[in-house]
Ligand binder design. Structure first.
Ligand SMILES: [Zn+2]
Length: 419
């Protein structure tokens, strides 16, 4: 049953990049999982939890925490409990393969194989880069707007590439396709696409029937950490571990922004400069907008910052959604509801950040993504740009877009800048 061909899963009528996968890295190798590594690659796929890792059969990831139940309660901390499930990005640590000159010696070069339905924007979003960067890196393309399945696209991935794994799911008595899709963080449509036409009526699956599900297969080997034996002092230095920018600049409250915890608001000079510039630009274009509420960045000097999973290198910033009504102008993070989100201003703030061209990814709750997506679309943002920017509407577990879901981002969003 293993398909070992390179180039990713074959999915009827849909690109493999947008093809299904789940968040369940941790369950890899568990009993009952048929693992076949494929050449297809995810921008990042896994959002596992220890609960998932321990499960013999997959369960729904704990997207909603008890904290989330009270939408109004402040939530300071990024959710998720498995650091290995976070997207790995350039500058996080050294890589097994050497960094490449064409990538400014920042990361190894990667060759992405185009799947059907993909355009450069989709590929750019997957790897946290910009479309123009792909165009510049792929002079072999006679027309960047016309790429074909099988074409090789050179990428300097800010978000490191991952493999796709094919597993089989045996339908249990009483299980519906909708429930199975939810288990894997897929839309029903995406789950059906993975079946290659084997299911004619989505309302009738029978117990014992086997479904094909594409899940995360871990990082592409070149992007794994160096083998322990290769971890000499020189290789560390060469790979950039020693040249990490200092986390030494404190962000201060100003007329434009409110810093919640000054002792936790240290970043690299680049990060702080980009944030201040983006916030000032946003405030200029939206006079009268409430101060931007800034949560944690990093501790002075960086390093582990519990209970956060990231926020270690001075380039992650938690920011409050822009609120309206009674909660506008507050200095706390508040859970976003139907009524209190200022969609237009939140989108404007996000755009100002994205315009720095230095954003690798943004964590935004999937449901909030929908509202921003629809607003951006109504504002005239092109479909190609929407495809590059948003994971929505492809499912919260999918390797799509710069703006992606991560648990506990209903109270704030999280921006990761390039190093
Ligand atoms: Zn965060």
């Amino acid at each position: 049953m293993c398909d070992t061909s390179l180039g990713g899963p074959r999915i009827r009528g849909r690109s493999a990049s947008s093809g299904p996968f789940a968040w369940v890295t941790g369950a890899r190798g568990s009993k009952g999982w048929l693992a076949c590594l494929l050449g297809g690659v995810l921008g990042w796929g896994s959002m596992a939890s220890p609960a998932m890792a321990a499960a013999v059969s997959p369960r729904r990831p704990p997207v909603t925490t008890a904290r989330d139940a009270d939408a109004d309660e402040e939530d300071e901390v990024d959710g998720g409990t498995d650091p290995s499930a976070l997207p790995v990005t350039a500058g996080d640590r050294p890589t097994r393969a050497p960094t490449h000159a064409d990538c400014g010696h920042r990361m190894p070069l990667y060759e992405h194989t185009v799947e059907s339905g993909e355009h450069l924007g989709i590929i750019a979003g997957r790897y946290g880069v910009r479309t123009v960067e792909l165009v510049a890196l792929n002079a072999q393309l006679s027309d960047p707007n016309l790429i074909r399945p099988g074409d090789k696209i050179r990428v300097c991935p800010e978000i490191f590439p991952r493999l796709v794994q094919r597993i089989e799911h045996e339908v249990k008595p009483g299980e519906t396709l909708g429930a199975i899709a939810q288990t894997y963080g897929l839309t029903l449509e995406a789950l059906l696409e993975g079946q290659d036409g084997a299911i004619s009526n989505p309302n009738h699956v029978r117990a014992g029937q086997r479904l094909v599900v594409w899940v995360d297969g871990g990082l592409v080997p070149d992007f794994l950490p160096p083998e322990p034996s290769a971890k000499s002092a020189s290789s560390k230095k060469k790979a950039g571990g020693a040249s990490r920018p200092r986390v030494s600049v404190a962000l201060s409250s100003s007329e434009h922004l409110h810093v919640k915890r000054p002792s936790a608001a240290y970043g690299t000079s680049k990060t702080i400069g980009l944030l201040e510039g983006a916030v000032a630009k946003y405030q200029r274009s939206h006079p009268g907008a409430p101060k931007v509420v800034v949560g944690d960045i990093s501790r002075k000097g960086g390093g582990h910052f519990r209970p956060h999973l990231s926020h270690q290198t001075g380039r992650d910033i938690d920011l409050g959604y822009v609120l309206r009504g009674a909660q506008a102008g507050g200095t706390r993070f508040r859970g976003v509801t139907e009524d209190n989100l200022d969609v237009a201003r939140t989108w404007a703030l996000l755009e100002a950040l994205l315009d720095t061209r230095q954003v690798v990814y943004v964590f935004v709750d999937y449901r909030i993504q929908q509202r921003l997506y629809e607003h951006a679309k109504a504002q005239g943002v092109s479909q190609r740009e929407l495809d590059r920017l948003f994971q929505y509407p492809h499912g919260r577990g999918r390797a799509h877009g710069i703006i992606r879901h991560w648990p506990s981002h209903r109270h704030h969003f999280h921006v990761r800048f390039r190093n």
